[in-house]
Design a protein around this ligand. Sequence first.
Ligand SMILES: [Zn+2]
Length: 488
Amino acid sequence: MERYRGARWHSPQLEHVSKHSHGTRRRYALVSPANANGLQESTRLVVPIGALYTPLKDRPDGQLLQYEPVTCKQTCRAILNPFCQVDVRSRTWTCPFCLQRNQLPPHYKDISQEQIPPELHPSNTTVEYRLARPAPAPPIFLYVVDLCQDADSLKALKESLVMSLGLLPPYALVGLITFGMMDYTPKQVQEMLGLSGSMARPANMAPQPGRPAGPTGPSSRFLLPVSQCEEQLTSTLEQLQKDPWGVPNDKRSSRCTGVALNIAVSLLEVSFQNAGARIMLFAGGPATIGSGMVVSPELKEPIRSHHDIDRDSVKYYKKALKVGGTMVTHCQAYVFQFYDTLAKRSAHNGHVIDIFVGCLDQVGLLEMKGLPNSTGGNMVLTDSFTSSMYKQSFVRIFDKDANDNLVMGFNASLEVLTTKELKITGLIGHAVSMNKKSASVGETECGIGNTCSWKMCGIDRPRAMASISRPPVKLDLLRPLLAKCKRG
Ligand SMILES: [Zn+2]
């Protein structure tokens, strides 16, 4: 997207997009080739049209409506907006996407040309609705802490975790997993912890009015509301010690990061599917044993370097990306598959995975990058947990708004509707496809395409999503541009 920003636009509609997509006052930009000129121009466009959307953006002058939106009764489910044609006499409105005429709801009976509801006001091209539905479950924060690290770094990490407990809402559920040398398969550990029972979401997850439901099922033993366990968890965190297993001079620490992450994902998968949750990994080095091992514990075997990645010469790297669902025996290929599968599982469950690294050397972020990428997590790479970059980045995750609510959203979905002049080619951002087909979806794919709906496990303020559409122009004109876009 960046590379299109500097392009010289020839169309007034595109200038509109360009201006608003940079703007801080609009969430998204609109292209409305509603008249004959616009339609003609749209067919002449050779660059894809993009819209940037920043969820949770602070808009002091924005409209926050405390009622349900009026939607189109057709399958398109478009929401009543200033671009809809409203006939105040017959109390009907025409959906600009499917051209269906809809009746306005009874409580809109008093509208007139002079008196229109806020969502129809021409200046309100973006409005927010706050619905009176309770959150299905409290937010969950699961800390996954690597104990194989320097005493100083571990001490600083412990302090930041204790501090974070005070930033969480008292009803948030919190849990702690520590790891070091643990040589069990994920299945063995799940069985030991009694987590291998039913994967179904318990029926009694229905919340009490005004209050999210508490934990249920076997995993409830490992997650408790902050208000109930803050003291005990603080004391547990303060007593954490460096992994007791000695490390010979010619070896790396034995660290089963992959197994620990698998446990965290399984723990939440059992009872908290589609509840808002963050798994926060704090790694002090690369995974060296068990599933997800990035490099062997032998120091004489070097981890693949930046240079190797640059030249695409990582042993089995390409092959690993091509193997798809087929199991391959080599460790490197298996590692990519392992983390990719974990990322998909977590994204499917609706849970975010953040990775914080306090290590001078590489830890295998290349292999693990799918975890935050697919789930909307953060990736913070620092030399040590004593660094101020880590501390500042970590605390910003718990930023609060003017009403003392965390600026953090879980399990968001984004749906893009277009008029027939435009087709969606894809979305660039930390999302997964929900594989929803509609007349808006184009044949060309750029970013995450072939769908008009995407899921984001986590959203927060600094993020923006780019949705790309294109007018139905000749494909051969578009091809070089799309190729460029893919590389970018
Ligand atoms: Zn419609």
